[in-house]
Design a protein around this ligand. Structure first.
Ligand code: IDC
Length: 460
């Protein structure tokens, strides 16, 4: 267990340093706060605060702390409403973390600026009560050693259990990975070298294979695209990654337009891949301009085709309003909760683009997650156009929320497209370097740092 004072003495601005506020030997009374500087650059830094409620449950909370150096300012924060007055910083819980049971934690963070030194904050308090408690040092060795082996070795055939994705031990897991761009355009990004990097360096759990149906995709060459998808399924399998077969309908938005194509495609890929354990089927990328009833009708015709060939695979169903659970069409998750697809072992897709979709969407996911099995089969760190700047604060708020809820995700895109959502700089896929930091965009660097952390896959 680390001690705040001892660590402060060693220099709290060291990148990656974790300190605990409060003398750990004291009996737990109210709260503990754990402050970590995750990165630091000239004049700026990013920090995380993990606050744990050690007292009675709270339904609303405000965290306070003091910045000891006059030049330290919170610039932009996430997972709380942040404000600063002089050296006093306050962070108030938001919809999805406002309630904290005894022992529960909330992870918040911010980007800050500083002028002098950048010492760790002091005087953490929760609802006015000093955080004098202690928590187990996260760097202590875990009692259960992490499972060894690839994601598919450890987890085997997946299935839906309650609102979660569960592994072969019937325990919830979160898969974190990347989506291809349209394989009709970016085939050169999906060879042995890039997929080795995805599995070995990124430690990705999954590859989403985005097979557009229109826009020069499947409809132009059904057999050729089916072969390409199967090839990528095999390449993912060889590297121990799950493969999400995405029937990437987008325009037109009514999936029923492609119903016959979907039946042909899925009966083929489901039969061919039935014995594999690494395949998940996503039957309609982003329904739009169409009712939930129409999407449900489509799902109830396509799912039996898959089940007939591959009975045990998980199937993901797109939702209304570009897979926003209806929110982008002025609706919400209740239309699905009240009228779910008549099938088992399915999940519902939720997509977001962090610069466009913020608190209302996050609140929807945090509400819906206790009622519907959700899978974020596509999201971007930028705007819904796929371009523009990375919205770092919103992206981190989203990723923290998905981690907390154990919702699996795939990021758009593992490609070198000339747009902000791409992980690689333009031209990368013409070369052979997919591993160095020089080939990553800002979005790619952020996602690689999130996806490559150790998985938590229970094995008993
Ligand atoms: C975008 C691509 C872009 C392409 C466009 C049209 O990034 O290069 O020109 O599609 O095909 C989605 C879709 C996804 C979009 C992405 C960004 O699922 O196909 O990709 N997006 O606009 N939904 C919301 C955003």
């Amino acid at each position: 267990m680390k001690r705040l004072l001892a660590l402060l003495a060693t220099g709290a601005s060291v990148v990656g340093l974790t300190v605990l506020a409060g003398p750990p030997a004291q009996a737990a009374t109210g709260c503990s706060a754990e402050y970590t500087i995750t990165s630091q650059w000239a004049g700026g830094f990013q920090a995380g605060v993990k606050v744990t409620n050690l007292g009675d449950p709270v339904s609303d909370w405000t965290l306070g702390f003091t910045m000891p150096d006059g030049g330290q300012r919170v610039v932009q924060g996430w997972n709380a409403t942040w404000s600063q007055s002089g050296s006093t910083v306050t962070a108030r819980g938001v919809d999805w973390n406002r309630t904290l049971a005894t022992g529960a934690s909330a992870d918040l963070g911010f980007v800050g600026s500083f002028t002098g030194s950048n010492p760790a904050p002091t005087s953490f308090s929760l609802n006015g009560v000093a955080c004098t408690g202690s928590v187990t040092d996260p760097t202590d060795p875990p009692t259960d050693p992490p499972a060894t082996g690839t994601p598919t070795d450890v987890n085997g055939q997946l299935h839906v259990c309650g609102v979660h994705l569960c592994n072969q031990y019937d325990r919830p897991v979160q898969l974190r990975g990347m989506s291809t761009h349209g394989i009709q355009w970016f085939g050169s990004c999906y060879g042995d070298a890039s997929l080795d990097a995805l599995a070995d360096d990124w430690k990705s759990d999954l590859l989403r294979v985005a097979m557009y149906v229109q826009e020069d995709g499947y409809e132009t060459d059904p057999e050729g695209f089916t072969r390409q998808v199967n090839r990528l399924v095999d390449m993912a399998e060889a590297r121990g990654m799950y493969a999400l077969i995405d029937f990437h309908t987008l325009t037109p938005g009514d999936p029923n337009y492609n119903l016959d194509r979907a039946k042909t495609f899925f009966s083929s890929v489901a039969a061919r891949n039935a014995d594999k354990k690494n395949v998940i089927y996503e039957i309609a990328n982003e329904p739009n301009g169409v009712s939930w009833a129409a999407v449900k009708n489509y799902a109830e015709q396509v799912i039996p085709v898959i089940r007939a060939a591959d009975p045990d695979a998980v199937v993901i169903v797109g939702t209304r309003g570009w897979s926003s659970l209806g929110v982008s069409d002025g609706s919400n998750e209740s239309e699905v909760v009240n009228n779910p697809v008549n099938a088992t072992n399915i999940m519902y897709a939720f997509h977001f683009y962090a610069a466009s979709h913020k608190d209302i969407y996050r609140a929807t996911v945090s509400r819906a997650a206790s009622q519907l099995p959700l899978f974020v089969s596509e999201f971007g760190t930028v705007s819904a156009t796929g371009g523009g700047a990375v919205d770092r604060a919103s992206s981190i708020a989203w990723l923290d929320l998905l981690d907390q809820l154990k919702i699996s995700y795939a990021n758009w895109t593992f490609s070198d497209a000339d747009e902000g959502s791409a992980a690689f700089k333009p031209g990368t896929c013409n070369g052979s370097d997919f591993s160095s930091s020089a080939v990553l965009t800002e979005s790619g660097a952020l996602l690689k740092s999130r996806i490559s952390t150790a998985d938590n896959f229970p094995t008993s």
